[in-house]
Design a protein around this ligand. Sequence first.
Ligand SMILES: [Cu+2]
Length: 309
Amino acid sequence: MQSALAPAGDQSAAIERVWDLMLWICVPMYVLVLLALGLAFWRRRPGGYTVEGDRRIAVGLTAFVVLIAGLLTVLTASSYVADRRLHAPVTDPVNVRITAKQWWWQVEYLDADPSKQFTTANELHLPVDRPARIELRTSDVIHSLWIPVLNGKEDLIPGHDNTIVMTPRRTGAYRGQCAEFCGLQHAKMALEVQVDSAGAFDAWKAHQLASAPTPSTPTALAGMHDFTATACAMCHTIAGTDAGGITGPNLTHLASRRTLAAGALPLNRGTLAAWIADPQAHKPGTNMPVVALQPRQLANIVDYLMTLQ
Ligand SMILES: [Cu+2]
């Protein structure tokens, strides 16, 4: 899920080729240097050697220098070629904007047609065999997006827009992680990555574009009213309801996600209730406050949120 040595995209494969080449050049070189050192100790003479005194040393040293220069040139060239691949122009990309926040990821799918734009959190869905062009922003400190199976790290810097391109070649569920220390909960700042077939991606996108349905059970309905009438709605958006806060993650399709609080917890009824009741216990320092809720209100809100498929 999160290994740079198991690439699932063009860019990560280019990086992995450089790594392979470095490994297969540097390991034999290391062994060769140690062997030469060992030989020098074994054949040492009391008076020492001089290059003038022994032609073989001059020849050996020259050969070594030429070999090292040649191999360094190969490594430099391969690094240059990989770098060109990482920044090659792409056509017809999926346009995404990821905004890092302490300590979660806001993911916006961009489109020239505003009615086709939507926002989600802590999950990135991409279609296979199509490049994704991802704008990187931060709303607070410096973070770094790292999805090792798709590409290398790229920083998200205040006041500076960065871009990264990823072209997935293998479907599957992967994981990304913030790779720049960004505060107390830096470690709990994960990003679920799902690479789907084009059809499955389009279906997911169409579903994400839909507003949240009005719940049918009495408790979930009561939960919807509790959610929109309390402080919850001041930070979270649920499309199709009065909840329109933008400080916290968009929850329109919360229940369709695998995890909660940027990968801090698996998502189910129990963890969701525990998280709302006491966020600081699970992610100390998080900006999610404790909202004073009656036990019945909490149960209703959990009922409601779990309907947000
Ligand atoms: Cu971080």
